[in-house]
Design a protein around this ligand. Structure first.
Ligand code: G3H
Ligand code: 13P
Ligand code: ZN
Length: 304
């Protein structure tokens, strides 16, 4: 199948009342796991690479993602996640990505509008979808860091979408990146989400949506990891957010935890193993299960 524009995936999801999963890849095994899960679930997916992923794997990693996307029988959009500059977004568009995020969320409002407009003008000529972000998520990843979060304001969102003509909007409603999302009870600001959805007509995106499955954390810890007080977004809250207008849901941390848990377990149980393909096979299977579980939660199973 040809690479599909992110716009097509999101418009179908918005109409159908489900969300498309967006999974981060950083290497061959993660890419294989996401693609295998999408094919087995007959689901559309975003295969996304962050600025950090491109720094780690180069555009060769993006080329691999595009090659997989072209080969499989389900619709795949290859997407730039948290593009931190106009130049990087333009490079990805030229390289063949079918969707890009320009993340100007740490910039002042007017500058965020300006850089988003610039990306939109280049992307739309090539039928490439553009996602932007308004409001800030808390949490630290390699390339994505915000010390505190400010939730998305519905009025500002309406103005932003009108002025930029962006295709989709990532909102800050209480999630954050990484494995430590909440101190107390996990709670998304669903009232705010419904106000944003009423104020704009574009598909909305939920970042920082990993659920941090306790069974995988426990397995990682059993085999030597030290992950304590980790807390993710409950799947029930993700389902509610989809009913209120979320059409794309980003998940990375859950795959990372599954990978770490499976590698630790395999090495502990197979001390004589040294072939990377053998070591990484259970990790690939574990990540595939995480993606398949997420696809079911999002309602995108059999929507290819
Ligand atoms: O949104 C953050 C993603 O998990 C990507 O993280 O910047 O470490 O690749 P990264
Ligand atoms: P998690 O850290 O919750 O997996 O979020 C990933 C993400 O938002 C990628 O853009
Ligand atoms: Zn994100």
């Amino acid at each position: 199948m040809v690479l599909v524009s992110g716009k097509v995936l999101l418009q179908k999801a918005k109409k159908g009342g489900y969300a498309v999963g967006a999974f981060n890849t950083n290497n061959l095994e993660i890419t294989k796991a996401i693609i295998a899960a999408a094919v087995e679930s007959d689901a559309p997916v975003f295969l996304q690479l962050s600025s950090g992923a491109l720094k780690y794997g180069g555009f060769e990693l993006a080329g691999l993602a595009i090659a997989f996307a072209r080969k499989v029988p389900v619709p795949v959009a290859v997407h730039l996640d948290h593009g931190l500059s106009f130049e990087l977004a333009r490079e990805c568009i030229s390289f063949g990505f079918s969707s890009v995020m320009i993340d100007g969320s740490s910039l002042p409002f007017a500058k965020n509008i300006a850089v988003t407009k610039k990306v939109v003008s280049v992307a739309h000529k090539r039928n490439v979808a553009v996602e932007a972000e308004l409001g800030q998520l808390r949490g630290r990843e390699d390339e994505v860091f915000a010390a505190k979060h400010s939730y998305t304001d519905p009025h500002a969102a309406a103005k932003f979408v009108k002025q930029t003509k962006v295709g989709s909007l990532a909102v800050a409603i209480g999630t954050s990146h990484g494995a430590y999302k909440f101190k107390g009870n996990p709670q998304l600001d669903l009232k705010r989400l419904s106000e944003i959805a009423a104020a704009v007509d574009v598909p909305l995106v939920l970042h920082g949506a990993s659920s941090v499955h306790s069974s995988l954390v426990a397995m990682a810890n059993k085999y030597g990891a030290k992950i304590s007080n980790a807390k993710g977004v409950p799947e029930q809250q993700i389902r509610k957010a989809i009913k209120l207008g979320i059409c794309k849901v980003n998940e990375d941390t859950d795959l990372r935890i599954a990978f770490a848990a499976a590698v630790r377990r395999f090495l502990k149980e197979n001390p004589s193993a040294y072939d990377p393909r053998e070591i990484l096979l259970p990790a690939t299977e574990a990540m595939k299960s995480v993606v398949m579980r997420r696809i079911k939660v999002l309602g995108s199973e059999n929507k290819a």
